[in-house]
Every structure is written in C-alpha cells, then in structure tokens.
Design a protein around this ligand. Structure first.
Ligand SMILES: Cc1ncc(C[n+]2csc(CCOP(=O)(O)OP(=O)(O)O)c2C)c(N)n1
Ligand SMILES: [Mg+2]
Length: 340
C-alpha cells in the first residue's frame, strides 16, 4: 500500500538556514517567471506560456534532493522551478518564451520544454507521458553500465498516469529494478478533466502496488515534505533499491496555459478554497515563525527576484529571432534542406 510520508508540516529535515532560504528564493523565482509569462502573453509579446503557480513547493523540494552532476532529470512542461532549481539559467526560460535564436534549442521548441545536457536535464516532448519510457531507458542505461550512486528523476502530472506509455514505463522499471524516481505532480486537473474522471482511486500512489514498487504520498504545498519523500526515494534508487512512485499533492492556481480559459470548467470558489494551501505564503510564515528570515528580509528577497526577472526579460526581448537559415540545424544531419 502507498504510504504517506510521516511529515509534520515544515519539519526542518536537517537543512541549513541557507538551504531553507534558497528554497524560498526558488519558489519566488518560479512564481515571478510564471507571472511574467502570462503578462508577456497578454501584452501580445509572446505566443504562449504555461502556469505552474501552486507547484512551487514540489519544485523547490525536489530540486534540493536532486544531485547535480550525477542524477538525470526528465521534467515536463510544468517544471520551470525544478529545472531552474537544479541549475538551468532562468535567462534560457525567457529566451524560450520569446523564441529567440540564442536559446539553447534555437528558439524553435515550445516554451517550457526545457533541456540542458550539461546539467543532466533530458529533452522531452509535449506528448503526455512519452518521456516516461525515455526516462526508464536512461535509468536502464545507468544499470547496464553498472553506474553507482546516481538515479533518474522523472516528473509528470496526474493525467499522464492514464497513458499507456506511463504504465509500460512503470512496469518495465519495476521488473528491471531501475534506479528511477517517478514524481507525480497531482494538481487535480488534466486541463479540463478532473482527477475523478481519470481514475477511480483517490491516490495516484496506489497505482504503485500494481507494479510491485513502493508508493509514497507527500504534501506538495510543503517543500520540505517533498524534499524528504524525493530524497528517500532517490537514495533508495541510487543504492540498488529500485524505483518508487512519489505522489506530491498540489493544486494548479492558474489556467493550464495562456491558451486555456479555466472558467469554463471550474469555479472561482474552488480556486479560492485551495488558495489557503498556497505553498508560498505558507512557507514564508514558517520561516518567520522559526526565525530563519524576518519579514523585511523576505521583502528584500522578493524585490531582488523581481529585479532579476525584469533584467532577463529585457535582455531576452532585445535579442533577434532565429535566422531562417537555421531552420533545419539539429533537425537533419549535414546540409540537407527538405522542401527548399
Ligand atoms: C498524448 C497526449 N494527449 C493529449 C495531450 C494534450 N494535453 C496537453 S497537457 C494535457 C493535460 C495533462 O495533465 P496532467 O498530466 O495532469 O499535467 P498538468 O498539466 O495538470 O500538470 C493534455 C491532455 C497531449 N499533449 N498529449
Ligand atoms: Mg494535472
């Protein structure tokens, strides 16, 4: 049976003051970048942005558990805070939004389709759950090469767990005892489809039973609860213990993307009710109560994050679109130019 991680809210988990403050900065960075995407879209400056507000606790906690230089991250489009948290340059996120040629993928990928080979962030597609077999493959590679002390962290939403590829990846990873952690960011919605239309069970983590791997549930609005659950699962994977399905429960506060009008399928009352669990103010209260940061220090941190996001926005906007001649670079080998 899936086990809820024993987590009295906001237990310190042996983290230093600096680490606890880093978590807050990561959460604000994500939220500020997120809101910037929506603003730029409404200003007509970018075609598309995703909204991850409500997922901050998951991203900051999981990023802290990830070992840079060793582990491999296979994210999905919601994971801006996680990717930035493991070391991706936030400037690259803005370059992606503006589709600028200087972006790592030449400005041709959808925004929020992060990748960074140097850090170990694997490229993924928009096809829901298609990255899960790829993540299992990366973990299989680690096992095949007898690499020790490293693992794959693969993220996806609750809706992804209805896809055939997800089930195949889960099953394969359990049968092969692969070094992988499956992190489900359960925000209760898959665009307009509520969780109750996707599955007849309450907890995604229950699905782990069917494959013969442990399932764990953590509170996605508490970054330290997520850190503990993901770290325990990664440690197990890194030491030959096989895969774990970790479910982090959260709620998506914004519409699915800038292309989605969530008023057509959920009420503002529902959103307001979940706002009480907003991870950002909740975590700020914790830091102040424990004397880790003063309200003035938190204000200064927020200002600094806004300064950084303003700066990278201006810098990205000033750069040019990709050259048309670059269209097929990294798509076809050599100078092949189809349809020209
Ligand atoms: C195979 C496939 N089917 C449908 C879509 C359209 N689509 C894009 S995002 C999404 C919802 C996914 O929901 P979930 O997995 O819960 O992640 P969330 O967006 O809620 O974080 C859908 C259905 C897609 N990209 N791929
Ligand atoms: Mg979802």
């Amino acid at each position: 049976m899936a086990k809820a991680v024993e987590s009295p809210a906001f237990e310190r988990r042996g983290l230093s003051d600096e680490q606890l403050q880093w978590v807050l900065r990561n959460m604000h960075l994500q939220r500020t970048i997120d809101n910037r995407g929506f603003q730029l879209n409404r200003q007509g400056k970018i075609p598309f942005a995703t909204g991850s507000e409500g997922h901050e606790g998951i991203h900051a906690g999981a990023a802290l558990a990830f070992e840079r230089g060793k582990d491999v991250l296979v994210p999905y489009y919601r994971d801006v805070g996680l990717c930035v948290g493991v070391g991706m340059d936030p400037f690259d996120v803005l370059l992606g939004m503006f589709a600028r040629g200087a972006e790592r993928q030449g400005g041709r990928q959808f925004p929020s389709h992060f990748t960074d080979h140097a850090i170990g962030i694997m490229s993924f597609s928009s096809i829901i759950a298609a990255h899960c077999p790829h993540a299992a493959g990366a973990a299989y590679g680690m096992k095949y090469r007898k690499e020790q002390d490293r693992a794959v962290l693969c993220c996806f939403g609750d809706g992804a767990t209805s896809e055939g590829e997800w089930h195949e990846a889960m099953n394969f990873s359990a049968v092969q005892r692969l070094p992988i952690v499956w992190l489900c960011e359960n925000n209760e919605w898959a665009i307009s489809t509520p969780r109750t239309h996707q599955m007849a069970i309450k907890d995604v983590a229950q699905k782990a039973d069917g494959y013969g791997m442990p399932g764990a549930i953590c509170d996605g609005s508490d970054p330290l609860s997520v850190y503990a659950a993901v770290k325990a699962a990664l440690d197990r994977a890194r030491t030959g213990g096989g895969p774990t399905l970790v479910e982090a429960k959260c709620y998506r506060f914004l519409s699915h993307t800038t292309d989605d009008d969530d008023r057509t399928y959920r009420t503002s009352e529902e959103i307001e009710k979940h706002r009480e669990l907003d991870p950002v103010p909740k975590y700020e209260r914790y830091l102040v109560e424990r004397g880790v940061m003063s309200p003035e220090e938190i204000e200064a941190l927020k200002k600094d994050v806004l300064r950084e996001v303003n700066e990278i926005t201006d810098r990205a906007e000033a750069l040019p679109y990709p050259e048309p001649s670059q269209l097929y670079v990294n798509v076809y080998e050599g100078t092949h130019e189809p349809w020209l």
